[in-house]
Design a binder for this molecule. Sequence first.
Ligand code: NAD
Length: 246
Amino acid sequence: MGSARTVVVTGGSKGIGRAVCLAFADAETVIYFNYGSDEKGAEETSKLAADAGGKAFGIKADVSDPDAVADFFKQILDATGKIDVLVNNAGITKDGLLVRMKPEDWNDVLSVNLTGAFLCTKIAAKAMMKKRYGRIIMISSVVGVMGNPGQANYVAAKAGLIGFTKAVAKELASRNITANAIAPGYVDTEMTAAMTEKAKEAMIAQIPLGRGGTPEDIAGAAAFLASEKADYITGQVIHVNGGLYM
Ligand code: NAD
C-alpha cells in the first residue's frame, strides 16, 4: 500500500476519459480505469500514460453491472488500499425522439450514465470515508441543464447526475470528501462523431468561443477539481462549453 495518489476513472479507453487519465499521469499517481469493450483503446491509454511518466491500468468492467463494479474496485483496493479521486466519466447515448424511444434505450442510457455513477460512487465513498479524504467528479453534460431534443434518456441521466452530485456533496462533506460535476459542451470524440458536418457547423456557430471543446479542455477542469486549489469547492457544476450555455 503505497502513498501514491490513487485515481479511478470510468470509461478511460478513449475520448474524454482517456484525456482525464493522461491529465493525472505522473510519477506520484496510480490510475485505474475501466472500459466497456474497447480493449485496444485501453491499451493505448495505458501506453500514453506510461509515455507521460505515469501508470494507468485498464480493467474491463461494465459500470452498469454491480458485480463487475464490485470486482473492479476490489482489485484497486487490494492493490492500493485507498481511492483518492473518482471520475465518473463512462457514458453512452441512444438517441431518438421521445415518442419513438424504446424502453430499453431509456434503461440502457440511465443504467450506464446514472446507475453506473451510483454504483462506483457508493464503493469509492466507503473507502474515502475511512481515509477522511476524497474527490468525486461526475462528467455530466450541458444538455443536462439546457435540454436537447432527441436525447430524453441522456438528458434525464445527465440532469440526474447533477442532483446526485449535490446529494453526495452534502452527505460526505463532513468527511472531507467533495463532489462536483463537470458539464462539457460539444466535444469532438467518438460519441459526437455520428453528427453530420452540417449539424457540427450549426453547433459550433452557437459557441461564443467559436470552436468545439477538446477532451483536454474537460480533463483540465477535472485535474483542477481534484487539486488542492479546489479544496473549498463542493456541490458545484463547472461548465466547460466555450460559452454555449452561461
Ligand atoms: P466516448 O464514446 O469517446 O467514450 C466513452 C467511454 O466510456 C469509453 O471508454 C467506453 O469504453 C466507456 N463506456 C461506455 N459504456 C461503458 C460501460 N457500460 N462500462 C464501462 N465503460 C463504458 O465518449 P466521450 O465523448 O469521451 O464521453 C465521455 C463522457 O463525457 C460521457 O459521460 C459523455 O456523456 C460525456 N460528455 C461528452 C460530450 C461530448 O460532446 N463528447 C459532451 C458532454 C458530456
